[in-house]
Write a protein that binds this ligand. Structure first.
Ligand SMILES: [Zn+2]
Length: 170
């Protein structure tokens, strides 16, 4: 599970705003508006209370209104995106001009288990790129490999466990 930036790096009000901006205003595929609202509420609560993904999924599926598989995908996707947005914000505090270099990091590629898209993003960013360029590459590759995926800034596919990290050279 990718960790959140250290406590206190992002002022909590700013952090809450980033979370809200990331998650509100969208309906989830296949869910009614009411279901979407409920799901959002539980995800935000989970992040706030530092719960594990499973606890959030359990609450969402308790009523029987949202199928487990769908809850799984939604919660993992939103959780991943929000954590990456918070990482980006934390990096920006130390890099206001966007001059530092970053790369894409996460589990190694395993045939049959992983998608190729993150492998490709890793390859393209292995020598470090700016945060803005990294974001562009994630978007470009997500579009190329998963044209039907609702592309986010930091989540190029479902169940993604990759995140931006600082690149300091080899
Ligand atoms: Zn991934």
């Amino acid at each position: 599970m990718p960790r959140l930036p250290g406590k206190g790096i992002i002022p909590s009000k700013a952090e809450q705003k980033l979370i809200n901006d990331a998650i509100y205003g969208r309906a989830f595929k296949g869910l009614t508006r009411k279901q979407s609202d409920e799901v959002r509420k539980e995800i935000v609560r989970g992040i706030r209370d530092k719960e594990g993904i499973q606890e959030v999924i359990k609450r969402i599926t308790a009523s029987g209104n949202v199928p487990v598989a769908q809850a799984n995908l939604i919660v993992r996707t939103e959780d991943h995106e929000i954590r990456a947005i918070l990482r980006e914000a934390a990096f920006k505090i130390n890099d206001p001009k966007g001059e530092n270099l970053y790369k894409w990091a996460g589990p190694s590629y395993q045939p049959g288990r992983s998608t190729k898209v993150c492998q490709e993003i890793k390859r393209l960013t292995r020598n470090g790129v700016t945060m803005q360029r990294l974001k562009e590459i994630v978007r470009e590759q997500a579009h190329k490999y998963n044209p039907k995926w609702e592309v986010r800034d930091w989540t190029p596919h479902g169940n993604c466990r990759h995140q931006p990290i600082r690149y300091f050279g080899d």
